[in-house]
Design a protein around this ligand. Structure first.
Ligand code: HEC
Ligand code: HEC
Length: 480
């Protein structure tokens, strides 16, 4: 037991005892008052100055002593008690923050550990469904001040998959919950140690460079997938009735699951297992979707591994019903969907023809880095890994870029010598990128910050910042 708790307990017991004494005393005196007290003769000094008075006075002195001692003792513990409350409060906020991170599924897009991920999104320019890159947020507090992070949380990022979370932005979380979320994102439980963040530079640069190398193949695959989508939309009206009929038959069979001989005792009669297997085979064939084919063995309660046949049957029927429902929607909206999908094909084909993502690194090396190919590689990789998501339109959508590097997106365009207009010298520009922008604070020659340009000092080496600046100040980002 802590000393302060002890003191409080003793004080409480004393108070209770005192009250009990008072009550008992007043009860004892009742009914005896025959003469009004003001008319009764006074009590003599002899009666008053008895042993009892001495005792009462003595106990009063002892009680005052205890009180005088216990107050300082209580006071001594006060600081640590206060600290304890603050710590407990922080701990609770942290736990709530972690809970909110899970409940609102930040991890679905940003990764469970906040290391980055993707979100499905319909790209505004192409109308195509893409996997939009969601940045790492376990380093976000190195790049932004807490107020800036709060802004993104409350208002989200319009024109991207990042939703608004704060009430002010139309989201579900109140101020306190945003605080708790921030508390968690900044805590050692979540935040990546800065040394580890620096270790990410190398792999990020390599990933950005290999993305450039495989871009053509990725585009070819994307066009194939988009053409498959067109074909599927065209085929939908011819398939939908068949699919609905098969789904209805399967659902009916499932309803009769318990009727008949059931050799393996799995809750599905033998004839039903056979019928469902036949329906699934027919559906897979007719709808050209091998995933619909499911086999149920009437002689084994568990045909597949780890799942009872009855569950498997329910799941497969539900899948078939979903396919039928989707085909219905597609068939009913065929014209609109087809024109969208065809526009997507045209967009991708144009993008592949233009190859705006391409960067002639050898030319960058010659023009800007006195032929140093290694420096050019690194500069190009750094820009694409750390800057392109805000400074090159459509970069987060994947390869189908219709505008070239530095075209501008959330951040301004950086091509055609813009950085040389904004910053008179390379060191000025390095300083800006190191610290990022601040809301309402001037930067460069004629810039006014909004706080949206992150600070890269804490996550990139100074040599890397200088390389990127050199690259941007060279005249190879021309938009051609
Ligand atoms: C549907 C996907 C999705 C969900 C869910 C989501 N985000 Fe985001 N978030 C994104 C994307 C995408 C971006 C980057 C947008 C862009 O391309 O500029 C982003 C940006 C951010 C940023 C700014 C980071 C930076 O460096 O620019 C923060 C901070 C953030 N999200 C935190 C959260 C938190 C916390 C949650 C959960 C409450 C959350 N996000 C949920 C997709 C999502
Ligand atoms: C999260 C988005 C984002 C990222 C990532 C980002 N920027 Fe920016 N950048 C901006 C915004 C927004 C501005 C405009 C200033 C403002 O609004 O505060 C800006 C401004 C700039 C400017 C000044 C442009 C001008 O003409 O005024 C330069 C130069 C720049 N960024 C370079 C970079 C470099 C280099 C990187 C990568 C190391 C980078 N940025 C990464 C958003 C971003």
């Amino acid at each position: 037991m802590e000393i302060s708790t002890l003191v409080i307990t003793v004080a409480a017991l004393a108070a209770i005892a005192w009250l009990a004494f008072l009550v008992a005393n007043s009860m004892r005196g009742r009914g005896k008052e025959e003469v009004a007290p003001n008319l009764a003769p006074g009590i003599t000094d002899d009666t008053l100055e008895s042993k009892r008075l001495d005792k009462t006075l003595a106990s009063a002195v002892v009680l005052s002593g205890i009180l005088a001692l216990s107050l300082p003792i209580y006071f001594v513990g006060e600081q640590s008690r206060q600290d304890g409350f603050v710590e407990e409060f922080d701990q609770v906020a942290l736990e709530r923050g972690a809970h909110l991170y899970g409940e609102f599924q930040c991890g679905n897009c940003h990764g469970v550990d906040g290391g980055g991920g993707v979100a499905s999104y319909v790209d505004k320019r192409s109308g195509i469904s893409v996997a939009w890159s969601a940045p790492a947020i376990n380093t976000v507090f190195y790049r932004y001040t807490p107020e800036e992070v709060r802004f993104w949380l409350v208002y989200g990022r319009a024109n991207s998959p990042m939703p608004a979370w704060g009430l002010a932005g139309g989201g579900p979380l109140n101020d306190q919950q945003i605080d708790e979320l921030m508390e968690y994102l900044q805590s050692a439980d979540f935040l990546l140690p800065q040394d580890d963040a620096l270790l990410l530079i190398e792999p990020s640069v390599n990933q950005a460079l290999s993305r450039l190398e495989t871009a053509d193949t990725v585009m070819t695959d994307a066009i194939t997938a988009q053409n498959d989508l067109v074909e599927a939309i065209q085929a939908a009206p011819g398939q939908v009735e068949r699919a609905e009929a098969l789904a209805a038959r399967a659902a009916q069979a499932l309803k009769e699951a318990g009727e008949g001989i059931d050799v393996d005792g799995d809750g599905l009669a033998d004839r039903i297992e056979q019928e469902l297997t036949a329906i699934f085979a027919e559906a897979g064939d007719a709808l050209g979707d091998p995933a619909l084919v499911v086999v149920l063995n009437p002689e084994a309660a568990q045909t597949g591994a780890g799942e009872a046949d009855l569950d498997l049957a329910h799941r497969a029927v539900a899948a078939l019903e979903t396919v039928a429902a989707k085909l219905r929607v597609t068939a009913d909206n065929q014209e609109k969907l087809l024109s969208q999908a065809l526009a997507g094909v045209a967009f991708l084909e144009q993008a592949q023809q233009d190859k705006k993502w391409e960067i002639d690194i050898a030319a960058v090396a010659d023009a800007t880095f006195s032929g140093d190919r290694e420096a050019a590689d690194r500069a190009v990789g750094l820009f694409n890994a750390y800057c392109a998501r805000c400074h090159t339109a459509g970069y987060s959508a994947g390869i189908p870029q219709t505008l070239s590097v530095g075209s501008g997106a959330l951040g301004p365009a950086l091509w055609n010598g813009r950085p040389n207009v904004q910053f008179l010298s390379a060191p000025d520009m390095v300083t800006f990128i190191t610290k990022g922008s601040e809301n309402g604070v001037a930067y460069g020659v004629n810039g006014v910050g909004s706080g949206r340009m992150p600070a890269f000092g804490p996550v990139l080496a100074i040599e890397d910042l200088e390389l990127v600046v050199q690259y941007l100040r060279g005249d190879t980002l021309t938009g051609d």
